[in-house]
Ligand binder design. Structure first.
Ligand code: TYM
Length: 354
């Protein structure tokens, strides 16, 4: 075998409301990728315990992310939609990766530093090991491509480091099994069991920023609800939030270079472009020279056109939790079979007796 079979994998945490950043940075890309790829999309419920252990409505949170996947257009029959806790092999591989990854690598993760805040002593061990579980999510299927927002870039670099170290450390054991693939990393030939994952981050909105502060990421945890458009917001709320979004007093530039130093303008143009499947240059060709008083209403119309059908479908799906659970159960079963195949091989490579 000379190449890994292409497989798309990504995950979303069932914590808080999904927002426009999650949709444009991740879910919209999931939908676009499904036409030409084998895809697995996972509700990462084990990850949800890392920052907060007890959740008021964990089943509701899991179902609402699943509903968002389906409402956005992911086909759970052609592809696999499931929740992480149904596939215990993720946690098993994560343990092995905890022994592959180095403390120094993990200590450099900026999301850990941000999420742990000042009181690092009180952060859970799970929060520290979070990226190792994320690497396991992807590599337990030997997935090759991972669509994510820009904030996950460092975690995917770590995933490559973990895969590389496993491949090199177990190189002599992988070869005789006949399970590996010859790849080149840089100029080095490597006999690899795990692929070097490719992040899919590009697009006009890889990092959607807060509507109130163009220097901060749009986030579920921002205390101000006006900072984000939630997928469950109704049309009036979307309109209010976009109309109130922070901007500067100048007209929009005609070229992309004119957005530099104007983070709020850049953000809104990026959002428009991503929602319209255009580039920022296309958007500026249309709106360059116009004031925000013209651009914002156009953005409201576009956002409502794209999001309202998704919101309506999410509501419809959420009214039938039995259907959502059946989708997850079916996806979980198919995912488990794939993950167990990898784990049998990994156990053999390591040398566990079975
Ligand atoms: P999570 O649940 O925080 O976010 C889900 C996805 O949304 C993207 N995203 C954004 N994209 C653009 N602009 C924003 N403001 C924005 N906010 C969030 C995230 O980049 C992500 O793609 N660690 C992951 C979940 C995960 C995962 C995985 C992802 C666990 N295992 C394996 C891929 C592969 C996370 O916390 O995502």
């Amino acid at each position: 075998m000379s190449e890994f079979k292409p497989l798309v994998f990504s995950g979303v945490q069932p914590t808080g409301n999904l927002h426009l950043g999650n949709y444009l940075g991740a879910i919209r890309k999931f939908v676009a990728l499904q036409d030409n790829n084998d895809c697995m999309y996972c509700v990462v419920d084990l990850h949800a315990l890392t920052a907060q252990l007890v959740h008021d409505d964990m089943p509701g949170q899991i179902r609402s992310i699943t509903a968002a996947f389906l409402a956005a257009g992911i086909d759970p029959q052609k592809h696999i939609v499931f929740n992480q806790s149904q596939v215990p092999q993720h946690a098993e591989l994560a343990w092995i990766f905890n022994c592959v990854a180095r403390m120094g690598w993990m200590s450099r993760m900026t999301q850990f530093k941000d999420k742990a805040g000042k009181d690092r002593e009180q952060a859970s061990l799970g929060l520290f090991a979070y990226p190792s579980l994320m690497a396991a999510d992807i590599l337990v299927y030997r997935a090759t491509h991972v669509p994510v927002g820009d904030d996950q870039k460092q975690h995917l670099e770590l995933t490559r480091d973990i895969a590389m170290k496993f491949n090199l450390d177990f190189g002599d054991k992988i070869r005789p099994t006949g399970l590996g693939v010859d790849i080149t990393v840089g100029n080095e030939p490597v006999h690899a069991y795990f692929p070097m994952v490719e992040p899919l981050i590009d697009g006009p909105a890889p990092r959607v920023m807060s509507l109130k502060d163009g220097s901060k990421k749009m986030s579920k945890s921002d205390p101000s609800d006006l900072s984000r458009v939630n997928l469950m917001d109704d049309s009036d709320t979307i309109s209010k939030k976009i109309r109130k979004a922070k901007t500067d007093p100048d007209a929009l530039p005609s070229e992309v270079a004119g957005l530099s130093g104007r983070p709020e303008a850049d953000n809104l143009v990026g959002i428009y472009a991503a929602l319209a499947d255009k580039t920022k240059a296309d958007v500026l060709a249309e709106f360059g020279g116009q004031q925000f008083s013209v651009f914002k209403p156009a953005l409201v119309d576009l956002a409502v056109d794209v999001l309202a059908p998704i919101t309506d479908e999410m509501r419809r799906l959420m009214a039938d939790p039995g259907h959502i659970d059946a989708v997850l159960r079916d996806g979980g079963e198919r995912a488990r079979a794939r993950a167990e195949k990898t784990m049998m091989e990994v156990r053999d490579i390591i040398g566990f007796v079975r």
